[in-house]
Design a protein around this ligand. Sequence first.
Ligand code: AMP
Length: 398
Amino acid sequence: MKILVINAGSSSLKYQLLDMPEGKVLAKGLCERIGIDGKYKYEAKGEKLEGETPMATHSDAIRFLTSMLVDPAKGVISDMKEIDAVGHRVVSGGEKLYESVLVTAESKKAIEECIPLAPLHNPANLTGISACEEVMPGVPQVAVFDTAFHAKMPKKAYIYALPYEYYEKYGVRRYGFHGTSHRFVSEQCAKAMGKDIKDLRIITCHLGNGSSIAAVDHGVSVDTSMGFTPLEGLPMGTRCGNIDPAIVETIAVKENLTVSQVLNILNKKSGVLGVSGVSSDFRDIAAAAKEGNERAALANDMFVYAVKKFIGAYAAAMGGVDAIVFTAGVGENDKTFRLKMTEGLEFMGVKVDPVKNDTRGKIAEITADGATVRTFVIPTNEELVIAMDTEAIAKAAK
Ligand code: AMP
Protein backbone atom coordinates (compact mmCIF):
# COMPACT_ATOMS: atom_id res chain seq x y z
CA MET A 1 0.00 0.00 0.00
CA LYS A 2 1.41 3.42 -0.94
CA ILE A 3 0.69 6.14 1.58
CA LEU A 4 1.29 9.84 1.08
CA VAL A 5 2.08 11.58 4.37
CA ILE A 6 1.40 15.31 4.52
CA ASN A 7 2.49 17.82 7.13
CA ALA A 8 0.88 21.11 6.10
CA GLY A 9 1.92 24.44 7.62
CA SER A 10 0.48 27.85 6.85
CA SER A 11 2.81 28.45 3.90
CA SER A 12 4.64 25.15 3.62
CA LEU A 13 3.89 21.48 3.04
CA LYS A 14 6.24 18.59 3.86
CA TYR A 15 5.50 15.20 2.35
CA GLN A 16 6.71 11.63 2.04
CA LEU A 17 5.45 8.77 -0.08
CA LEU A 18 5.92 5.51 1.81
CA ASP A 19 5.52 1.93 0.67
CA MET A 20 3.76 0.06 3.48
CA PRO A 21 4.01 -2.14 5.43
CA GLU A 22 7.79 -2.02 4.82
CA GLY A 23 7.88 1.73 5.54
CA LYS A 24 10.23 2.34 2.64
CA VAL A 25 10.39 6.03 1.70
CA LEU A 26 9.88 6.21 -2.08
CA ALA A 27 10.03 10.00 -2.31
CA LYS A 28 9.99 13.00 -0.05
CA GLY A 29 9.97 16.74 -0.36
CA LEU A 30 8.92 20.16 0.75
CA CYS A 31 6.85 22.92 -0.84
CA GLU A 32 7.54 26.34 0.66
CA ARG A 33 6.39 29.92 0.29
CA ILE A 34 2.91 28.77 -0.75
CA GLY A 35 0.79 31.85 -1.46
CA ILE A 36 3.95 33.96 -1.86
CA ASP A 37 5.87 32.63 -4.84
CA GLY A 38 6.65 28.92 -4.43
CA LYS A 39 9.83 26.90 -3.85
CA TYR A 40 10.25 23.16 -3.75
CA LYS A 41 12.62 20.40 -2.74
CA TYR A 42 12.11 16.87 -4.01
CA GLU A 43 14.11 13.73 -3.35
CA ALA A 44 13.63 10.32 -4.95
CA LYS A 45 15.73 7.50 -6.36
CA GLY A 46 18.85 8.97 -4.73
CA GLU A 47 18.47 12.29 -6.52
CA LYS A 48 17.75 15.66 -4.94
CA LEU A 49 16.08 18.48 -6.84
CA GLU A 50 15.11 21.98 -5.84
CA GLY A 51 13.65 24.95 -7.63
CA GLU A 52 10.87 27.46 -7.92
CA THR A 53 7.36 27.05 -9.25
CA PRO A 54 4.28 29.21 -8.64
CA MET A 55 2.13 27.87 -5.80
CA ALA A 56 -0.74 30.22 -5.01
CA THR A 57 -2.57 27.69 -2.82
CA HIS A 58 -2.01 24.39 -0.99
CA SER A 59 -3.99 22.71 -3.80
CA ASP A 60 -1.35 23.98 -6.25
CA ALA A 61 1.33 22.48 -4.00
CA ILE A 62 -0.47 19.10 -3.93
CA ARG A 63 -0.93 19.22 -7.71
CA PHE A 64 2.77 20.02 -8.12
CA LEU A 65 4.05 17.32 -5.79
CA THR A 66 1.81 14.65 -7.29
CA SER A 67 3.00 15.68 -10.78
CA MET A 68 6.56 15.06 -9.54
CA LEU A 69 5.58 11.66 -8.11
CA VAL A 70 4.14 10.51 -11.47
CA ASP A 71 6.78 12.19 -13.65
CA PRO A 72 8.16 9.53 -16.05
CA ALA A 73 11.78 10.55 -15.36
CA LYS A 74 11.84 11.78 -11.76
CA GLY A 75 8.76 10.05 -10.39
CA VAL A 76 8.28 6.85 -8.43
CA ILE A 77 4.74 5.85 -9.45
CA SER A 78 3.12 5.67 -12.87
CA ASP A 79 -0.34 6.83 -11.90
CA MET A 80 -1.93 8.87 -9.12
CA LYS A 81 -4.25 5.92 -8.57
CA GLU A 82 -1.30 4.12 -6.96
CA ILE A 83 -1.64 6.41 -3.93
CA ASP A 84 -3.91 4.32 -1.72
CA ALA A 85 -4.41 6.78 1.13
CA VAL A 86 -3.18 10.07 2.55
CA GLY A 87 -2.16 10.57 6.18
CA HIS A 88 -2.12 14.05 7.67
CA ARG A 89 -0.29 15.32 10.70
CA VAL A 90 -2.78 17.38 12.71
CA VAL A 91 -1.43 19.22 15.73
CA SER A 92 -4.40 19.33 18.08
CA GLY A 93 -7.15 16.78 18.51
CA GLY A 94 -8.26 18.34 21.78
CA GLU A 95 -10.06 16.06 24.21
CA LYS A 96 -12.40 14.38 21.75
CA LEU A 97 -9.96 13.13 19.12
CA TYR A 98 -7.74 10.82 21.16
CA GLU A 99 -6.74 8.51 18.32
CA SER A 100 -6.14 8.70 14.58
CA VAL A 101 -9.35 9.00 12.55
CA LEU A 102 -10.61 8.70 9.00
CA VAL A 103 -11.31 12.16 7.58
CA THR A 104 -15.07 12.59 7.24
CA ALA A 105 -17.33 15.65 7.40
CA GLU A 106 -17.78 14.87 11.09
CA SER A 107 -14.09 14.47 11.96
CA LYS A 108 -13.22 17.60 9.96
CA LYS A 109 -15.76 19.51 12.05
CA ALA A 110 -14.15 18.14 15.21
CA ILE A 111 -10.69 19.26 13.97
CA GLU A 112 -12.17 22.68 13.24
CA GLU A 113 -13.51 22.84 16.78
CA CYS A 114 -9.93 22.38 18.04
CA ILE A 115 -8.71 25.51 16.21
CA PRO A 116 -8.75 27.64 19.40
CA LEU A 117 -6.30 25.11 20.90
CA ALA A 118 -3.84 25.32 17.98
CA PRO A 119 -4.70 28.53 16.14
CA LEU A 120 -1.56 28.51 14.00
CA HIS A 121 -1.48 24.82 13.13
CA ASN A 122 -4.96 23.27 12.86
CA PRO A 123 -6.21 25.69 10.15
CA ALA A 124 -3.12 24.88 8.05
CA ASN A 125 -3.62 21.14 8.64
CA LEU A 126 -7.25 21.47 7.51
CA THR A 127 -6.13 23.38 4.42
CA GLY A 128 -3.86 20.43 3.58
CA ILE A 129 -6.80 18.03 3.98
CA SER A 130 -9.08 20.14 1.75
CA ALA A 131 -6.35 20.46 -0.88
CA CYS A 132 -6.01 16.65 -1.03
CA GLU A 133 -9.79 16.23 -1.22
CA GLU A 134 -9.78 18.59 -4.19
CA VAL A 135 -6.83 17.07 -6.04
CA MET A 136 -7.35 13.41 -5.07
CA PRO A 137 -11.10 12.96 -4.69
CA GLY A 138 -12.13 9.58 -3.31
CA VAL A 139 -8.71 8.72 -1.84
CA PRO A 140 -9.15 7.91 1.88
CA GLN A 141 -7.54 10.42 4.20
CA VAL A 142 -6.57 9.94 7.81
CA ALA A 143 -5.77 12.52 10.49
CA VAL A 144 -3.06 11.66 13.04
CA PHE A 145 -2.87 13.96 16.06
CA ASP A 146 0.19 15.25 17.92
CA THR A 147 -1.87 15.26 21.09
CA ALA A 148 -3.36 11.75 20.81
CA PHE A 149 -0.68 9.76 22.63
CA HIS A 150 -1.05 11.99 25.68
CA ALA A 151 -4.84 11.72 25.76
CA LYS A 152 -4.82 9.07 28.49
CA MET A 153 -2.94 11.20 31.02
CA PRO A 154 -4.61 11.11 34.42
CA LYS A 155 -6.56 14.21 35.32
CA LYS A 156 -4.15 15.13 38.13
CA ALA A 157 -1.42 15.45 35.47
CA TYR A 158 -3.39 17.53 32.99
CA ILE A 159 -5.40 19.87 35.17
CA TYR A 160 -3.95 23.30 35.92
CA ALA A 161 -4.41 24.91 39.33
CA LEU A 162 -6.73 27.57 37.91
CA PRO A 163 -10.43 28.20 38.47
CA TYR A 164 -11.95 24.89 37.32
CA GLU A 165 -14.48 26.66 35.12
CA TYR A 166 -11.69 27.64 32.68
CA TYR A 167 -11.14 23.96 32.02
CA GLU A 168 -14.88 23.41 31.59
CA LYS A 169 -15.57 26.50 29.50
CA TYR A 170 -12.38 26.89 27.45
CA GLY A 171 -10.65 23.51 27.63
CA VAL A 172 -7.68 25.03 29.49
CA ARG A 173 -5.62 21.97 30.45
CA ARG A 174 -2.38 20.20 29.53
CA TYR A 175 -2.66 18.45 26.16
CA GLY A 176 0.99 17.78 25.35
CA PHE A 177 2.52 17.57 21.87
CA HIS A 178 5.09 15.50 19.93
CA GLY A 179 2.84 12.54 20.85
CA THR A 180 3.56 10.69 17.61
CA SER A 181 7.27 10.86 18.35
CA HIS A 182 6.98 9.84 22.02
CA ARG A 183 4.77 6.91 20.99
CA PHE A 184 7.15 5.75 18.26
CA VAL A 185 10.37 5.92 20.28
CA SER A 186 8.83 4.32 23.37
CA GLU A 187 7.59 1.41 21.22
CA GLN A 188 11.00 1.11 19.56
CA CYS A 189 12.67 1.18 22.97
CA ALA A 190 10.55 -1.73 24.20
CA LYS A 191 11.42 -3.62 21.02
CA ALA A 192 15.13 -2.93 21.48
CA MET A 193 14.87 -4.22 25.07
CA GLY A 194 13.01 -7.32 23.90
CA LYS A 195 10.19 -6.54 26.34
CA ASP A 196 6.51 -5.75 26.23
CA ILE A 197 5.96 -1.99 26.58
CA LYS A 198 3.23 -2.87 29.11
CA ASP A 199 5.99 -4.01 31.48
CA LEU A 200 8.12 -0.86 31.20
CA ARG A 201 8.44 2.65 32.58
CA ILE A 202 10.15 4.79 29.94
CA ILE A 203 11.14 8.47 29.91
CA THR A 204 11.27 9.75 26.34
CA CYS A 205 13.26 12.95 25.71
CA HIS A 206 12.36 14.57 22.38
CA LEU A 207 15.05 17.26 22.20
CA GLY A 208 15.12 19.38 19.08
CA ASN A 209 14.24 22.91 18.18
CA GLY A 210 11.00 22.19 20.02
CA SER A 211 11.55 19.90 22.99
CA SER A 212 9.38 17.83 25.28
CA ILE A 213 9.73 14.92 27.68
CA ALA A 214 7.12 12.26 28.38
CA ALA A 215 6.63 9.70 31.14
CA VAL A 216 5.46 6.53 29.38
CA ASP A 217 4.16 4.22 32.07
CA HIS A 218 3.35 0.71 30.82
CA GLY A 219 2.75 2.10 27.31
CA VAL A 220 0.64 5.08 28.38
CA SER A 221 1.84 8.68 28.43
CA VAL A 222 1.00 9.67 32.00
CA ASP A 223 2.67 13.07 31.94
CA THR A 224 4.46 15.33 29.50
CA SER A 225 6.26 18.63 29.69
CA MET A 226 4.41 20.61 27.01
CA GLY A 227 1.03 21.90 28.08
CA PHE A 228 -1.95 23.80 26.78
CA THR A 229 0.36 24.98 24.00
CA PRO A 230 3.87 23.88 23.00
CA LEU A 231 5.31 26.80 25.02
CA GLU A 232 5.41 25.03 28.37
CA GLY A 233 8.08 22.75 29.78
CA LEU A 234 11.72 22.77 28.73
CA PRO A 235 13.49 25.86 27.47
CA MET A 236 13.71 25.37 23.69
CA GLY A 237 15.36 26.96 20.65
CA THR A 238 13.25 30.11 20.92
CA ARG A 239 10.52 29.16 23.47
CA CYS A 240 10.86 29.96 27.15
CA GLY A 241 9.37 26.80 28.64
CA ASN A 242 8.35 27.07 32.30
CA ILE A 243 8.41 30.56 33.76
CA ASP A 244 6.51 32.33 36.52
CA PRO A 245 3.33 33.57 34.78
CA ALA A 246 3.59 36.88 36.67
CA ILE A 247 6.59 37.73 34.47
CA VAL A 248 4.16 38.39 31.60
CA GLU A 249 2.74 41.46 33.33
CA THR A 250 6.15 42.79 34.34
CA ILE A 251 7.47 42.62 30.77
CA ALA A 252 4.23 44.06 29.35
CA VAL A 253 4.35 47.05 31.71
CA LYS A 254 8.09 47.72 31.54
CA GLU A 255 8.34 47.32 27.76
CA ASN A 256 4.91 48.81 26.99
CA LEU A 257 3.73 45.68 25.17
CA THR A 258 0.41 43.90 24.83
CA VAL A 259 -0.05 40.35 26.17
CA SER A 260 0.10 39.03 22.58
CA GLN A 261 3.37 40.84 22.01
CA VAL A 262 4.84 39.38 25.19
CA LEU A 263 3.67 35.91 24.16
CA ASN A 264 5.35 36.42 20.83
CA ILE A 265 8.60 37.12 22.68
CA LEU A 266 8.13 34.04 24.86
CA ASN A 267 7.56 31.93 21.74
CA LYS A 268 10.04 33.37 19.29
CA LYS A 269 12.77 35.30 21.10
CA SER A 270 13.33 33.35 24.28
CA GLY A 271 14.75 29.89 25.06
CA VAL A 272 18.41 29.32 24.32
CA LEU A 273 18.28 32.11 21.72
CA GLY A 274 17.12 34.62 24.32
CA VAL A 275 19.66 33.60 26.93
CA SER A 276 22.66 33.16 24.64
CA GLY A 277 21.89 36.04 22.27
CA VAL A 278 23.68 33.86 19.70
CA SER A 279 21.26 31.53 17.95
CA SER A 280 18.35 29.14 18.43
CA ASP A 281 20.45 26.36 16.91
CA PHE A 282 22.19 24.22 19.51
CA ARG A 283 25.19 23.68 17.22
CA ASP A 284 25.85 27.43 17.02
CA ILE A 285 25.49 27.76 20.77
CA ALA A 286 27.89 24.88 21.44
CA ALA A 287 30.43 26.48 19.08
CA ALA A 288 30.06 29.88 20.79
CA ALA A 289 30.38 28.31 24.24
CA LYS A 290 33.57 26.56 23.12
CA GLU A 291 35.00 29.94 22.14
CA GLY A 292 34.34 31.26 25.63
CA ASN A 293 30.93 32.93 25.21
CA GLU A 294 29.57 32.76 28.76
CA ARG A 295 25.92 33.33 27.89
CA ALA A 296 26.08 30.54 25.33
CA ALA A 297 27.54 28.26 27.99
CA LEU A 298 24.79 29.37 30.38
CA ALA A 299 22.08 28.58 27.78
CA ASN A 300 23.54 25.08 27.39
CA ASP A 301 23.73 24.54 31.14
CA MET A 302 20.16 25.78 31.63
CA PHE A 303 18.87 23.35 28.99
CA VAL A 304 20.77 20.40 30.46
CA TYR A 305 19.58 21.25 33.98
CA ALA A 306 15.93 21.47 32.89
CA VAL A 307 16.09 18.07 31.14
CA LYS A 308 17.63 16.48 34.25
CA LYS A 309 14.89 17.91 36.46
CA PHE A 310 12.17 16.44 34.25
CA ILE A 311 13.91 13.05 34.21
CA GLY A 312 13.95 13.08 38.01
CA ALA A 313 10.36 14.25 38.23
CA TYR A 314 9.04 11.62 35.82
CA ALA A 315 10.96 8.82 37.53
CA ALA A 316 9.20 9.91 40.71
CA ALA A 317 5.83 10.14 38.91
CA MET A 318 6.14 6.53 37.71
CA GLY A 319 7.71 5.18 40.91
CA GLY A 320 10.89 4.34 39.01
CA VAL A 321 12.21 4.14 35.48
CA ASP A 322 13.46 1.26 33.36
CA ALA A 323 14.71 3.16 30.32
CA ILE A 324 15.48 6.65 29.07
CA VAL A 325 15.33 7.49 25.37
CA PHE A 326 16.95 10.43 23.59
CA THR A 327 15.50 11.47 20.24
CA ALA A 328 15.11 14.37 17.72
CA GLY A 329 17.82 16.72 16.42
CA VAL A 330 19.76 17.20 19.65
CA GLY A 331 18.85 13.88 21.31
CA GLU A 332 19.84 11.78 18.30
CA ASN A 333 22.97 13.66 17.33
CA ASP A 334 24.63 15.35 20.27
CA LYS A 335 26.70 13.03 22.43
CA THR A 336 27.93 15.86 24.70
CA PHE A 337 24.39 16.84 25.66
CA ARG A 338 23.40 13.22 26.30
CA LEU A 339 26.39 12.71 28.57
CA LYS A 340 25.77 15.93 30.50
CA MET A 341 22.06 15.24 30.86
CA THR A 342 22.72 11.90 32.50
CA GLU A 343 25.72 12.97 34.64
CA GLY A 344 24.92 12.89 38.33
CA LEU A 345 21.96 10.55 37.85
CA GLU A 346 23.96 7.52 39.01
CA PHE A 347 22.01 7.68 42.30
CA MET A 348 18.93 6.51 40.38
CA GLY A 349 20.75 3.87 38.38
CA VAL A 350 21.39 5.94 35.24
CA LYS A 351 24.86 5.93 33.71
CA VAL A 352 25.91 6.36 30.10
CA ASP A 353 29.00 4.73 28.62
CA PRO A 354 31.03 7.47 26.85
CA VAL A 355 32.31 5.03 24.21
CA LYS A 356 28.86 3.60 23.36
CA ASN A 357 27.52 7.16 23.45
CA ASP A 358 29.79 8.09 20.55
CA THR A 359 26.98 7.45 18.08
CA ARG A 360 24.47 9.48 16.12
CA GLY A 361 21.36 9.09 14.03
CA LYS A 362 20.78 5.37 14.63
CA ILE A 363 19.28 3.11 17.28
CA ALA A 364 21.92 2.50 19.92
CA GLU A 365 22.00 1.46 23.54
CA ILE A 366 24.43 3.67 25.44
CA THR A 367 24.04 2.20 28.94
CA ALA A 368 27.23 1.87 31.02
CA ASP A 369 28.04 -1.46 32.67
CA GLY A 370 26.35 -1.77 36.03
CA ALA A 371 23.61 0.80 35.37
CA THR A 372 20.14 -0.45 36.30
CA VAL A 373 18.31 1.99 34.02
CA ARG A 374 18.97 1.44 30.33
CA THR A 375 19.60 4.46 28.09
CA PHE A 376 18.98 4.55 24.33
CA VAL A 377 19.37 6.80 21.33
CA ILE A 378 16.39 6.21 19.02
CA PRO A 379 15.81 8.28 15.88
CA THR A 380 12.22 9.40 15.70
CA ASN A 381 10.06 8.77 12.64
CA GLU A 382 6.74 10.56 12.86
CA GLU A 383 6.00 10.01 9.16
CA LEU A 384 6.23 6.25 9.60
CA VAL A 385 3.74 6.31 12.49
CA ILE A 386 1.35 8.44 10.41
CA ALA A 387 1.72 6.01 7.50
CA MET A 388 1.11 2.98 9.79
CA ASP A 389 -2.06 4.47 11.28
CA THR A 390 -3.24 5.58 7.84
CA GLU A 391 -2.69 2.12 6.38
CA ALA A 392 -4.62 0.45 9.21
CA ILE A 393 -7.54 2.91 9.13
CA ALA A 394 -7.78 3.01 5.33
CA LYS A 395 -7.79 -0.81 5.17
CA ALA A 396 -10.51 -1.01 7.83
CA ALA A 397 -12.59 1.58 5.96
CA LYS A 398 -12.55 -0.39 2.69
P1 AMP B 1 14.80 19.12 15.24
O1 AMP B 1 13.85 20.21 15.65
O2 AMP B 1 14.48 17.80 15.81
O3 AMP B 1 15.05 19.08 13.76
O4 AMP B 1 16.21 19.53 15.89
C1 AMP B 1 16.89 20.72 15.55
C2 AMP B 1 18.00 20.96 16.55
O5 AMP B 1 18.86 19.81 16.55
C3 AMP B 1 18.86 22.18 16.21
O6 AMP B 1 19.03 23.01 17.34
C4 AMP B 1 20.19 21.56 15.84
O7 AMP B 1 21.26 22.35 16.32
C5 AMP B 1 20.20 20.25 16.55
N1 AMP B 1 21.04 19.32 15.80
C6 AMP B 1 20.80 18.80 14.60
N2 AMP B 1 21.86 18.04 14.20
C7 AMP B 1 22.76 18.11 15.18
C8 AMP B 1 24.08 17.56 15.38
N3 AMP B 1 24.64 16.81 14.47
N4 AMP B 1 24.71 17.84 16.52
C9 AMP B 1 24.14 18.61 17.43
N5 AMP B 1 22.92 19.17 17.32
C10 AMP B 1 22.26 18.92 16.21
